[in-house]
Ligand binder design. Structure first.
Ligand SMILES: Cc1cc2nc3c(=O)[nH]c(=O)nc-3n(C[C@H](O)[C@H](O)[C@H](O)COP(=O)(O)O)c2cc1C
Length: 180
């Protein structure tokens, strides 16, 4: 797959199973995450790689952090098992006179995209998710993310359960204007 094919054909995959990326593939995925555009090279992100027993720990954390009165705990407990690997991307904001938080959040978001692309190009599937738990104080605490920082996403990665039909290309006409 060429780089342009990757960019024109990328798509998310919610249906993932084992095996997770092996050590070498994971290292490539993380290295791709480290290579994003990054104003002043602040590296304002952190990656928490969750596999194996870690998935059960995340499941317990989600359940513990839920509102017990209203939540569907059975459904919540299953969420982390939607893939054999989850990379939690969080910010690590740095005080900097030229690089506002907004830019640091964008660059952390770029890492999620880069890692999804790397996973895809290595033959894995991936899906970037947030949901209420990305904004839940207890979840952040459980993942050792400080209150000042943000969870940018849970990147679910695994082997596609089945071959995916390629989604249609999206037109850009109503999203682009030209100054000539
Ligand atoms: C920041 C962010 C958070 C997202 N959170 C969710 C989510 O919680 N659940 C979900 O179904 N899709 C979520 N998505 C969208 C999927 O990752 C995906 O982009 C979408 O399903 C469209 O599929 P595609 O990537 O194949 O175009 C999120 C995307 C982004 C960028």
């Amino acid at each position: 797959m060429t780089a342009i094919e990757l960019l024109l054909q990328r798509q998310s995959n919610p249906l993932l199973t084992t095996p997770a990326p092996n050590k070498g593939a994971l290292e490539q995925i993380l290295t791709a995450g480290m290579r994003v555009p990054d104003h002043a090279c602040l590296q304002p992100w952190h990656f928490t790689v969750i596999t194996d027993d870690g998935l059960q720990r995340l499941s317990d954390l989600f359940v513990k952090s839920s509102d017990k009165q209203t939540a569907n705990l059975e459904k919540i407990a299953k969420m982390p098992f939607r893939a054999p690997m989850i990379i939690v991307i969080s910010t690590e904001f740095v005080e900097h006179e030229k690089v506002p938080k907004q830019e640091q959040l964008i660059t952390a978001g770029c890492t999620a995209h880069a890692m999804q692309m790397a996973a895809y190009s290595l033959g894995y599937g991936a899906m970037w998710r947030t949901g209420a738990f990305a904004y839940n104080k207890k979840v952040k605490q459980g993942l050792s993310i400080s209150e000042q920082n943000e969870i940018v996403g849970f990147l679910y990665i695994g082997t596609p359960c089945k071959e995916q039909a390629l989604k249609a290309t999206k037109g850009f006409d109503n999203k682009v204007s030209y100054w000539r």
